[in-house]
Write a protein that binds this ligand. Structure first.
Ligand code: SF4
Ligand code: SF4
Length: 280
């Protein structure tokens, strides 16, 4: 099965679990792997919210669950991804939740010195400004390399990379190169064959992460990676303040404003309305 390579198709898998849509997505594109991963992620994320532990523990636990599902994919042996292969990181726009952005920040702070952190911050500012300019100009997005991508073509935050980044596996790296070239010319047609079960598990886990955060009154919206990491890096005491429900990510680029605090005036999502009806 050939599925989309760029983020909009991946978010199509994630959105049904988070937006104002029925609890159980019924699209034929959603497989049982999506549902199983969603179910198991719920208990895990609820536990993580209760524990209020370190951000990197969140990412580690989510990654373990993700790998549990991705390891069972029938397409695992066909994956063509390799270290230093980075066309994807130079083309896609990655969306993350605030807690994942905080994990990236905490990971970088754990191994980079002040000078290196300043350089990363400059790259984050550069990419964020270009993305904002594209949005303001309403120009079609042109490919922008992720600020986390090193000169050697490797992800500099690999152990703390977002859930979405860990779940995209191409079955043909030549197609990725071709897709990148096409994107330079403005053509974002999905042309890369991906490991579909890995994608489904990732969609289920990321969607449930967003959903449980929202249910617990936390910011579970999706933000563009570079702008969200920039906010996390510049905000003192960011994890404690995020868990205390401060609205910290308002200056990041929100790519999917499905819930408060970004979507202030909208009615709560249906899944929350159903809950309050039951408890009334
Ligand atoms: S998705 Fe494509 S570009 Fe990215 S690591 Fe895999 S083969 Fe390489
Ligand atoms: S965070 Fe890492 S894996 Fe994800 S797009 Fe950026 S460089 Fe690539």
């Amino acid at each position: 099965m050939r599925v989309g390579y760029y983020l909009p198709p991946l978010r199509d898998f994630i959105a049904p679990a988070t937006q104002d849509t029925p609890m159980s997505p019924s699209s034929s594109a959603i497989s049982s792997v999506f549902h199983q991963a969603s179910r198991e992620a719920r208990g895990l994320v609820e536990q993580l919210v209760r524990k209020k532990g370190e951000s990197l523990d969140w990412v580690d636990d989510l990654r373990q669950l993700q790998e549990h599902f991705m390891d069972k994919s029938p397409q695992k042996a066909q994956r063509d991804c390799r270290s230093g292969c980075s066309a994807c990181c130079m083309t896609v726009q990655v969306d993350i939740t605030p807690i994942e952005a905080i994990a990236v920040r905490d990971y970088m702070k754990s191994y980079l010195d002040q000078e290196a952190l300043q350089k990363v911050e400059q790259r984050l500012v550069h990419v964020t400004k270009r993305r904002i300019a594209q949005i303001r100009a309403q120009a079609p997005a042109t490919p922008l390399a992720c600020a986390m991508l090193g000169m050697d073509g490797r992800c500099q935050i690999y152990p703390a990379r977002p859930v979405i980044c860990s779940g995209v596996f191409s079955l043909d790296h030549y197609s990725c190169d071709e897709a990148r070239e096409n994107a330079q010319g403005g053509d974002y047609s999905p042309t890369v064959p991906l490991d579909n079960d890995a994608l489904q598990a990732t969609g289920g886990i990321s969607g449930t992460l967003q959903r449980v955060l929202v249910e617990k009154g936390l910011d579970g919206n999706l933000y563009e990676l570079n702008s969200a990491v920039l906010v996390a890096l510049r905000t003192p005491n960011v994890l404690a303040r995020y868990l205390a429900k401060e609205d910290l990510f308002r200056s990041a680029i929100c790519t999917d404003a499905h819930s408060p605090p970004r979507k202030r005036n909208a009615p709560p999502p249906k899944f929350l309305r159903r809950q309050s009806n039951r408890s009334a």
